[in-house]
Every structure is written in C-alpha cells, then in structure tokens.
Design a protein. Structure first.
Length: 133
C-alpha cells in the first residue's frame, strides 16, 4: 500500500521525480478502454492534466490490498484552471470520485487501472456527453 500512497502524494505534489522512482519502466495505465504505455508517456499525460486542473488534491477514502494488488477508492478535488477538451478554463471547483487498482511488481508500480466518475466531472465544467446519433 505504501508505494500506491506515495504515488498519490506525488500526484498531489506534481512530483515527477518521485513518479519516476515508483513506476516501472514498462508501466501501463488503463483508462476508459485506452492504455498509456511507459512511465514517460504517463508522466506526459499527467503534465496535460495538471495544465487543466489546478489546484488539485486526492483523498484516499478506502484501501484494500491483497497479493500484488492495491485498490484505492478516492475523492478528487480540482479547479478547472486551463483548457480541457476544447473547453476554456471555467474556474469551476470540482469534486468527483475515482478508483485505482494498482499492480505491484519488483518493488514498483507496474500497472494502474482507473475508473472515475468522469460524467460528473465533465458536467461540472459544462461538457456534455453525446452518444452516437
């Protein structure tokens, strides 16, 4: 659990050096049916996130660990401070839920599967989810 907690703290602190120490080189991040391969690709994605959501804070609400897996249920607090998916910064303060499943291997975080309440987050900044016509 400690590796996963340290990574969440690194997210809050925007500490890319610590992220690099914690993530395996062949790290994989699974989100909404997409996969980000490699620790460098993940850090680049996080830089884009930080450009749009400042300040941000993540609170770990529940922790479960078994074998090589750690699960966190979390609440995120963000402010929409920069452009995101074509929407200019609104200054909206957001609260939304997310879960991470971490896989630990060889003393590093090898994979994360993310599930989040993105619909709630997007609605708070005026984005609408439109299905196929």
């Amino acid at each position: 659990k400690e590796l996963a907690r340290r990574l969440i703290h690194a997210f809050d602190e925007e500490d890319f050096e610590v992220m690099g120490e914690l993530l395996a080189q062949d790290f994989r991040y699974h989100q909404n049916g997409k996969v980000e391969d490699g620790a460098d690709g993940f850090r680049a994605m996080m830089r884009r996130v930080y450009a749009a959501w400042q300040p941000h804070r993540i609170v770990i609400d529940d922790e479960i660990a078994e074998g090589d897996r750690v699960v966190f249920r979390m609440t995120a607090y963000d402010t929409h401070s920069g452009p995101y998916r074509g929407v200019a910064a609104t200054g909206a303060e957001l609260t939304w839920s997310l879960m991470f499943i971490f896989r630990i291997a060889n003393g590093r975080i090898a994979e994360i599967w993310r599930a989040g309440d993105d619909v709630v987050r997007f609605e708070q900044v005026g984005l609408r989810i439109v299905g196929p016509s």
